[in-house]
Design a binder for this molecule. Sequence first.
Ligand code: NAG
Ligand code: NAG
Ligand code: NAG
Ligand code: NAG
Ligand code: NAG
Length: 314
Amino acid sequence: MSRFPGELLRAGIFISCFVFVLSSSRNVNYTPSNLTHLTDLFPHRTFAQGFSEFFGGPNIQLTNNGSYVNLMLNKSSGSGFVSRDRYKYGFFSTAIKLPSGYTSGVVVAFYMSNADNFPHTHDEIDFELLGHEKRKEWILQTNLYGNGSTGTGREEKFRLWFDPTEEFHQYSIIWNDYHIVFLVDNIPVREVNHSQAISSIYPSKAMSVYATIWDGSQWATHGGKYPVNYKFEPFVASFGEMEMEGCILDPTTSVASCPESGLSIDPVQGEAFAKLSQQQNMGMEWARKRFMFYSYCKDAARFKVLPPECNGAK
Ligand SMILES: *[C@@H]1O[C@H](CO)[C@@H](O)[C@H](O)[C@H]1NC(C)=O
Ligand SMILES: *[C@@H]1O[C@H](CO)[C@@H](O)[C@H](O)[C@H]1NC(C)=O
Ligand SMILES: *[C@@H]1O[C@H](CO)[C@@H](O)[C@H](O)[C@H]1NC(C)=O
Ligand SMILES: *[C@@H]1O[C@H](CO)[C@@H](O)[C@H](O)[C@H]1NC(C)=O
Ligand SMILES: *[C@@H]1O[C@H](CO)[C@@H](O)[C@H](O)[C@H]1NC(C)=O
């Protein structure tokens, strides 16, 4: 069947409206007067000050003397780096600038895991940025596993309120005995309290910190529907402003030594890290109301019985 001009016109109007809606939802910055910039509290680490190659060596490029790391995905490999130390609790952050253009199937991740040490009972805390097809946007996914709970994904998905390919934006994790918080540009987007309901799967063993780029064609695009198109390679994600502060595991004694407690910037016991402020809670409400479009806690089609921590979840 041939297409009628009217149809094309309608399609055109539809697409312009769509683009308009997308662009108008962006650049709506949330700038409450005194939202704590947790990322300003700690020094940035260079690659040499805490990291080493994880995989894809030739596709890792250091710039500014290692203050920035470019991770490349091309047809031969993705790439990644990993912290030298393992941590039990702390504050972990990086700024990321994502590749632009057609990036379907490309996954950029900033996460913590101990899967190498505990293959059957591993813990994991994930930021995953999922590339996109034409006219779509990068999606932010958060997830966690504890004590090998890989049968139950606890995903939440968000649109972003900025174009993550234009500039660097900060992605941070608070992980301590009180809660796990995911923050984007210091605005909390998700808090997982260490409550009774979730205690059996609350990440509780020391983890390494990872940054990676990889081909997630099968995993991220409905079973390979929109795979990575290597016509557009290389895909380069830039990382900088890396921060890691917390209790460092001594691998020989398996004891983690923590920062001096009582310091105002103690990410393990300090008040600013144990509890979200009113401002942070307002920011979180804003982010979740406007930008979260999927939460496992609302997915009744997937779970016959929702995980216990979902009771009363917002
Ligand atoms: C580059 O990094 C190395 C090791 O971290 C350091 O010794 C050196 O002073 C740095 N050079 C500059 C120009 O910052
Ligand atoms: C991928 O990048 C690496 C490092 O730059 C290069 O050596 C290799 O030839 C590239 N592979 C392809 C298939 O382009
Ligand atoms: C976490 O616990 C605090 C109280 O300690 C509560 O105010 C907050 O709403 C809880 N957050 C979530 C996501 O349930
Ligand atoms: C973690 O899982 C293992 C194996 O399933 C189990 O033996 C152990 O009790 C669990 N630990 C906690 C803290 O639930
Ligand atoms: C700043 O934050 C504090 C504590 O969260 C709050 O009591 C105060 O009202 C806030 N100030 C402004 C101007 O919002």
